[in-house]
Every structure is written in structure tokens, then in C-alpha cells.
Design a binder for this molecule. Structure first.
Ligand code: GDP
Length: 429
């Protein structure tokens, strides 16, 4: 059985926590897209961890953790992360790296930084991890696939070709130091020895696993709004964040994905530039940011303060639809217990007309939020395990959101830990 855990919003919805929780009963966890540009925060019996490249199953000895072919693999970062875990007493995880994954090269990271510098105020809010240059090169067919590390003749020829190309940009556009093929080749040799023990034909492995009835989790990064096709282009990431892409980025048949858990946070947050309709500002935002998540809403990779907003039903309904949600996990609900009243965005007003359909970016930029204000529950809900034991106003909040988005909320997360979860029967099922 293959399940996907994906984001219905802008990312940072708490996917890491849900994956870590579900990994308890999984055999395999796979990252299928993205790179070290975002992070999942996980709190468990070993402590608090920010994972960037590693799949969230790494805390369990029984789980095989796979870097799928769709991932932007930053080799040194991957190994740094593994060392961080083992230094904190987590047993060395079982890792498998697809021989078809491609490698984030040092010049991808350089070029990402230089381009941000060049664009200055008009930048896309890149985390400068090399992700956009990496995916551009992958589709321009000048990327380095892991399998190619083991073909010396090919490497020698390719580093020369790539340096010629990159040096034109470095010299004439960015006026920076040039790169040398021999340095690149040496770096690739180092990477080859690092990944060698882990490289495998992942799609063949997964084919066997599916046939043997293993439990497989596809772990998405970011969320629907950051998808290059269906998100808020161009303020998006460079690989698809949708569950459907799990089939491609892992190498399994699409029809094997039977459950799609779209994770959505009980309020909104976003990082980087771009339209964010339900955004709030000033003290109201600061208070939610400070109380949010587990220790505040600050980027797991960058430490940047996240932009904050009320729950957005328009974006979330669209987010769940594009993910193909079979289940919705509503997370971080416990944080809202301090509010007397909780506004929820239920429509967008664009040019004087109210719509509930998420628009294309140029229209989105004109949208103003239509808010419905719900009563708060004014108490701590952490520790509750039964849905019926939640305060009435809290249940009403959940049910209001469920009715608005039209997808079944079957899990409610009321704390960062693995055990902070309430399973719920939804009438939409
Ligand atoms: P991800 O990238 O989608 O995994 O999200 P992040 O890790 O960036 O953000 C989620 C943050 O919220 C992390 O700090 C989690 O530990 C925390 N978190 C997840 N679920 C809950 C919850 O139900 N309640 C609280 N208070 N924190 C949570």
C-alpha cells in the first residue's frame, strides 16, 4: 500500500510530524522531489530535529529511507544530516539513493546566490540552495545523474562542457571567479565514494516492495501553492509538490498511490515573496508567529520569520483538490487556544466580485480576503486524544473548515509529538 503525505498550502504545514508518526507502521519512506531548500521539523524521543534532505523515517530502525530520482541531491548536506543524527544517538538510518537521482553541484549553489544578488529587490525569495539552477539543468539535460559518477570517461568529458557553459555566465553576467573542470571532477570523485554504498535501482526495489505488500510512504516537500504548474507561479519551487508527482519522483505506477494525506495547518504561514491573501501584520501576526508551530514560526532551514495569516479555505480547498486528498490532516490546532475569536478566510474579493475558486497569480494579487469570524475555545487542548473531548467551539472550527474545503479531516494534530494526534470519523467519507 502506497500513501503520500503532502502539503495543501505553502509548506510548513507539519508534514514531517505526520510522516514521522505514520512511519512507525511503514517499511519504506521516500522523498520524491525538492532538495535541501526546506525543512521538516520532527520532535520525538531522541529530541527535536530539522531534516532537510533525509526522509522522515530515519528515526526508525525498521524503515528504509529512500532519496528518489526526483530529488535534488546535495551530497555533502545529506551526509552532514546523517552525522547530526548519529551524533545525537539516533542509530545510523537505512538509506538508499536512486541511481537516477541528480546531484546539486557547487556551481548551482553559487549561481543561485549570484542571481538573487543580481535581482536584488525583485528576487523570488530563493533559499540559495541551488534548487532552481539544479532543476533548470536537469531539464536542459546537462545535469549529473548519480549513475554517471561511475562512468569516468563520461565525467571527464562532461565537466569540461559544463564549465564552458557556466563560465560564460560567471564571467560576463555575474563577474565572479570562474570554475575549473579539474576541481569539479575531484568533487565528483568525492561524491562518488560518499554515495557508493547506498546507490540502488530504486524503481526495481519498489516494484518488489509493492508486490510484497509493503507499506510505503511518499513524503512531499512544500505544498500545492509552491507547485510550478498549479501554484503561485513564479513564486514557486522548481519541482512539482503534488502527490501525483510521487509516482514519477519515486518510480512507481500512479495507481498504486491509494491514500493521499493532504496536510493543512489550522492557520496560514508562508515564506518568501508572493501573494498571500489572508496575511496578517503587526502585533496580531507577531503573537501568532511567536506562539506558532513548536517554538515559533521561523524557517527550519533559513531561520527567517514566516509570514502569518488566518486559515484560508479558498487556498486549502484548491490545495486539497490538486493533491487529490483522500484524507486531510489539520495540524497545529493547539496554538489557536489563546484567541477570543478566530477569523477564517472563506472567499476572495477580486474587482468587486467574491469568488471561492483559487485564481491565477495575476488575479490573486488583486484578491482581498472575505473573513468569517468564529468563536475561540480559550483553553489548552494538548493532551486530548478523543475528538469528542475537544471543546465545542474547537470542534465547530474543525467542522466549519471541513465543510468549506470539502475534503474529510480524518486527523487533527494538537501538539508537535508523535502521540499528539486525534483520529476522527468524517461525514464526508
Ligand atoms: P513541514 O515542513 O510541513 O514538516 O513543517 P515544519 O516542520 O516547517 O513546521 C511544522 C512545525 O510545527 C514544527 O516545528 C513541528 O514540530 C510543529 N508541529 C507540527 N504539528 C504540530 C501541532 O499539532 N502542534 C504544534 N504546536 N506544533 C506542531
Amino acid at each position: 500500500m502506497v500513501k503520500a503525505v503532502v502539503g495543501a498550502n505553502w509548506g510548513d504545514e507539519g508534514k514531517g510530524k505526520i510522516t514521522d508518526m505514520l512511519a512507525q507502521k511503514a517499511d519504506i519512506v521516500i522523498r520524491f522531489q525538492g532538495g535541501a531548500n526546506a525543512g521538516h521539523t520532527i520532535v520525538n524521543n531522541y529530541g527535536k530535529f530539522a531534516l532537510h534532505t533525509l526522509p522522515s523515517g530515519v528515526f526508525y530502525g525498521h524503515v528504509t529511507n529512500i532519496i528518489g530520482n526526483g530529488v535534488a541531491l546535495n551530497v555533502p548536506r545529506l551526509f552532514e544530516e546523517i552525522s547530526e543524527l548519529t551524533a545525537r544517538n539516533v542509530p545510523a538510518p537505512h538509506i538508499m539513493i536512486s541511481d537516477r537521482a541528480q546531484i546539486v553541484m557547487p556551481y548551482h549553489i553559487l549561481l543561485d546566490g549570484y542571481e538573487e544578488e543580481r535581482l536584488a529587490g525583485k528576487s523570488f525569495g530563493s533559499t540559495k540552495s541551488g534548487i532552481a539552477p539544479f532543476y533548470s539543468d536537469k531539464f536542459a539535460k546537462i545535469g549529473f545523474q548519480v549513475s554517471e559518477l561511475f562512468d569516468e570517461e563520461l565525467l571527464k568529458e562532461k565537466v569540461v562542457r559544463v564549465c564552458e557553459l557556466k563560465n560564460v555566465l560567471l564571467e560576463h553576467l555575474y563577474h565572479k571567479e570562474l570554475i575549473r573542470p579539474e576541481d569539479l571532477l575531484e568533487t565528483l570523485h568525492t561524491y562518488r565514494e560518499m554515495v557508493r554504498p547506498y546507490v540502488a535501482n530504486v524503481s526495481a526495489f519498489l516494484d518488489e516492495a509493492v508486490k510484497a505488500g509493503k507499506s510505503i510512504l511518499l513524503e512531499g516537500q512544500l505544498g500545492t501553492m509552491k507547485d510550478p504548474d498549479h501554484g503561485i507561479y513564479p513564486m514557486v519551487t522548481s519541482s512539482s509538490t503534488l502527490a501525483a508527482y510521487g509516482a514519477i519522483g519515486a518510480g512507481i505506477p500512479p495507481y498504486e498511490i491509494r491514500q493521499i494525506i493532504a496536510v493543512t495547518k489550522a492557520y496560514s504561514s508562508a515564506v518568501g515573496a508572493g501573494a498571500f491573501v489572508s496575511e496578517i501584520f503587526g502585533d496580531e501576526a507577531e503573537e501568532l508567529r511567536r506562539r506558532g508551530g513548536d517554538g515559533g514560526e521561523y524557517g527550519a532551514t533559513t531561520g527567517r520569520p514566516r509570514r502569518m495569516g488566518w486559515y484560508d479555505c479558498v487556498a486549502s480547498r484548491y490545495g486539497c483538490r490538486l493533491q487529490g486528498a483522500t484524507d486531510v490532516a489539520l495540524t497545529v490546532l493547539d496554538v489557536l487556544g489563546y484567541l477570543d475569536e478566530i477569523p477564517v478566510c472563506t472567499g476572495y474579493e477580486i474587482d468587486g466580485q467574491v469568488t471561492t475558486e483559487f485564481p491565477v497569480t495575476c488575479r490573486l494579487e488583486k484578491a482581498k480576503p472575505v473573513l468569517t469570524v468564529l468563536p475561540g475555545w480559550k483553553c489548552e487542548i494538548r493532551g486530548i486524544r478523543q475528538y469528542e473531548q475537544l471543546p465545542e467551539n474547537c470542534r465547530k472550527y474543525i467542522e466549519f473548515i471541513e465543510a468549506q474545503i470539502g475534503y474529510p479531516i480524518t486527523m487533527v494534530s494538537n501538539g508537535p509529538g508523535r502521540e499528539d494526534i486525534i483520529y476522527r470519523q468524517s461525514s464526508l467519507r
